[in-house]
Design a protein around this ligand. Structure first.
Ligand code: 0PR
Length: 380
């Protein structure tokens, strides 16, 4: 089979670099990450005896990533998993087992907001956790006062968002931690999108994500295949202390490694190698520059929308995601027309609006083209 065959097959779907994909948290992976991925394509991180070097690389990248996420005592740990859904699942699984072991709980519950990603709902369903929904503030963030009302002796975790999937909002982790520490309840932070961005941007004017510096934070999801620009699949599951991993440790008796602490057995060594490549050869300074560009483009779009005066923009710009609603026509009608013009844009569900994710492939030129289509559509 010729490579032309596959090239043509691939070309039936859009490419990020065309700039028309506006609602995706994934982007074109960095070339060094692709090279490393390709080189380690046949390696299995689930076999740490066969692929000792991948095992060492995973320990290296996890150590670096937890440091980025605020771990200062060297006790944090974790794994590179398939994505945010798996990392959220592992986190809630661990926190449920930890609570069941240490407290008398009859019906385990989590407190989460309507801004949570659906993977939290799936994990709760699989793990037999009742979801108690907490209110959102007028800025669409988890309301810490309401969390205080909703936690009970059955709560095994409070779920917070850093870069919520629809609006990109960032919960006040410190305020939520005040509540959770008072009741001795761990926080799981779904920072699949915002974790690395906000941690790496910390010296700039953007709000810092306190991550593991905050005592109440036990587990964090932060995904390399979203914001470290590595190939899919690449999710990050991180814990504040390696000792907690025993709550999801199972025997793998026939393997020389003897135990496993992930959901999946066979894991991509290529994913680990690609993160290694980004950390070693791209570095935080260049990542910061990429994020700055994403914010700049998002801010440019945000200001243009306000200036046009025909849109409601939800929330403030905390991570490079903007959700807006047309004031002169229905959101559905506008979305359909935008699709007809070749734009891939999705709706929000918690508010009436369309959602744009400013990944590196969404540049100023694409935004200008999009704005011109948008203006023509709301005016006619
Ligand atoms: N948590 C948050 C906050 C997320 O935004 C996502 C995915 C997840 C968890 C789950 O991560 P995985 O998809 O890696 O399991 N957010 C994106 C979304 O649902 C995923 C995505 C990316 C969807 C690119 C479409 C797309 O083209 O929008």
């Amino acid at each position: 089979m010729s490579s032309k065959f596959f090239k043509e097959l691939r070309a039936k779907d859009p490419f990020y670099e065309h700039g028309t994909i506006l609602s995706s948290m994934a982007s074109k992976p960095l070339s060094i990450a692709v090279k490393a991925f390709f080189e380690f394509l046949d390696t299995n991180a689930g076999d740490l005896i066969l692929f000792k070097n991948i095992h060492r690389m995973e320990r290296y990248v996890v150590k670096k990533l937890v440091k980025i996420l605020g771990c200062i005592n060297g006790r944090c740990s974790g794994y590179i998993v398939s994505g945010g859904s798996e990392a959220n699942f592992l986190s809630l699984w661990l926190l449920r087992n930890y609570a069941l072991k240490n407290r008398r709980i009859r019906r385990p519950e989590i407190v989460a907001s309507y801004a949570s990603h659906y993977s939290i709902i799936k994990a709760a369903n699989a793990l037999g956790l009742k979801i108690i929904y907490s209110r959102l503030t007028k800025d669409y963030k988890t309301d810490p006062d309401d969390v205080a009302e909703k936690v009970s002796r059955n709560t095994i975790a409070v779920v917070a968002n850093v870069g919520s999937v629809e609006l990109g909002t960032v919960d006040s982790i410190k305020e939520i931690a005040k509540v959770s520490l008072e009741h001795n309840i761990p926080i799981h932070v779904d920072a699949a999108f915002g974790g690395f961005i906000l941690s790496i941007m910390e010296n700039l004017k953007f709000k810092k994500f306190p991550g593991f510096t905050c005592n109440g934070v036990y587990t964090v999801t932060a995904d390399p295949h979203k914001t470290l620009f590595t190939p899919i699949p690449s999710g990050g599951f991180f814990v504040r202390d390696h000792k907690f991993l025993k709550h999801i440790r199972f025997k793998a008796p026939y393997l020389p490694g003897k135990t496993t602490e992930t959901l999946i057995g066979t894991r991509s060594g290529g994913s680990i190698a690609s993160i290694y490549a980004v950390l070693k050869f791209v570095g935080l300074k260049r990542l910061k520059k990429i994020y700055e560009k994403c914010y700049e483009t998002a801010f440019y779009f945000y200001q243009k929308l306000l200036k046009i005066g025909k849109f409601k923009v939800y929330g403030i710009l905390e991570t490079p995601i903007i959700c807006f609603k047309p004031l002169t026509c229905s959101t559905d009608a506008l979305m359909k027309k935008l699709w007809k013009k070749g734009w891939t844009i999705y709706k929000c569900s918690i508010v009436d609006g369309l959602r744009l994710v400013f990944m590196p492939h969404v540049n100023r030129a694409n935004v200008d083209k999009f704005l011109s289509d948008l203006i023509s559509l709301v005016e006619h």
